[in-house]
Design a binder for this molecule. Sequence first.
Ligand code: PRX
Length: 583
Amino acid sequence: MESNFISKPASTELKVEPNLLELRGGRMSYPWEGVQKELDWLPGGYLNKAYECIDRHAIGSRRDKPALLWEGKKGETETYTFFQLKRETDKFANVLLGLGLKRGDRVFFFMERVPEQYIAIFGALKVGAVAGPLFSAFGPEPVKDRLLDSGARILITQPSLRRKIAGILPELPNLEKIVVVNKYGRDSTPLAEGDLSYEALMEQASDDFQIAQTTMNDYSIMHYTSGTTGKPKGAVHRHFAIVQQYITGKWVLDFHEDDIYWCTADPGWVTGTSYGMLAPWSNGVTQLVHEGGFHARTWYELIEKYKVTVWYTAPTAIRMLMKAGEELPRERDLSSLRHINSVGEPLNPEAIAWGHPVFEQAIHDTWWQTETGAILIANYAFMDVRPGSMGKPLPGIEAAVLDQKYQPLPADTDGMLAIRPGWPSMFQTYWNNTEMYNSRFRNGWYITGDQARYDQDGYFWFVGRTDDVINTAGHLVGPFEVESILLEHPAVVEAGVIGKPDPIAMEVVKAFVAVKDGVEESEELLRDVHRFARTKLAAAVAPREIEFLPSLPKTRSGKIMRRLLKARELGLPEGDTSTLEEG
Ligand code: PRX
């Protein structure tokens, strides 16, 4: 790789020996010990993310510093200082206590990106509960799966979202209370019977709260993530993850005291909590939260208006900006931007090349997962970007590429990307699924499910996934979840779901369905199956394309052969088909 993109000069002091970055292969000594001391901890050696992110600033020199700059869908704005966030989260923690919430209980959030979601999540952390944010674009089925599996006792939501999932609520035996945030009284429908008003509860609540004495190993946040088979699994993180979220904010996102940071991810996905809450606020950094979705013109306007300095976004968003053309960014002053990062999918070199003149700097790719809790591989701010590479492992992270026997492979060889377990933000379990959790560890390594290689200089390159999980616009979709919904349609008898390459979203969900005997394959039926899937799932997860097939290719044991469907779709060789169903 010759044409490296030079980063803007970074002024971060890296608090580890520089040569640690170059170490590969053998075990590295962990730099976490020093980092741990940069956090405040609670008396008695307790640790709580809410204290590290909010209270320690609110009682210190950042008391009146804006923590949250919020811009609503309709252009409304609100600002919360660290002190105000402390007061609101203390109040909400009291609300939750009053509702009987106890340490370790799960409380879930099905909300838009409004300040109340941030307040409610940190309020739950203060109580010592486990917070589970859900993507607001989900339909009823994904919400039901997650609430059922986690056994959530309390759900915080908003009127329109509550209406969307009304049908599944009677099916949730553990759900005791629903708290509804009716922002600005925007919604005129009265509260459903038994529901509680966030505003009314907060009005009564005391702002005097003692944070729970959570230990570093107590669970704090959980996010559901999809695999090839079965329902999504709840990856659970502990309070100690904050150590790594904090330090990657410094080392990778290059946070400085005066930064205005914008993370475009939704809290329903791990980037939206680890880097849309925990990393910036543990560093005492001001962050922008935009309630609205992607809109090229608005995004450039926001960067100019708020003078955003550090920006964390995703390849699909960058490709959508590319598609919107060069005129829009030229109309805006984007010179405040100092450092741009991306995550979630491969960042193609074309996107970096496009962004270089537009933003006058390289976009820095980072790699991590729901399970890793924080960035593990990155193009650091001070490092020259190799377009197409995910960068190098963080100090203290030992990454390797393994063969089928879980043995490390040399440079320039494709294999399974693996990480040596033990980093602070490593997931602690899959909720109710220890077996699946254990299966992710082999021969002393955590197996990521990605395929990768590293080059002679230690830069890692993403090759693909080792499973059938689909990555559409940075969202992982499990084919099984989509297939099971399609099979619920009265006309569908078989379904197979694959990721079809797409120039913008990387992959889109494509489904193949076979209909029941006697049912006619018509355009109308196709539209109906589309509609059915979108209503139950979410536009982001539902199939973009559906195609009828007389029957689906299956193994002798009856498993749908997604690999074959994909090969046929792409016009690739079909490989070994000896286990295919006969006839
Ligand atoms: O396949 C990799 C891809 O996204 C997966 C993790 O997805 P999720 O758990 O939803 O977390 C997303 C945000 C952290 C990975 O296993 N992925 C993530 N970052 C990159 C990537 N693929 C290529 N390049 C990346 N930088």
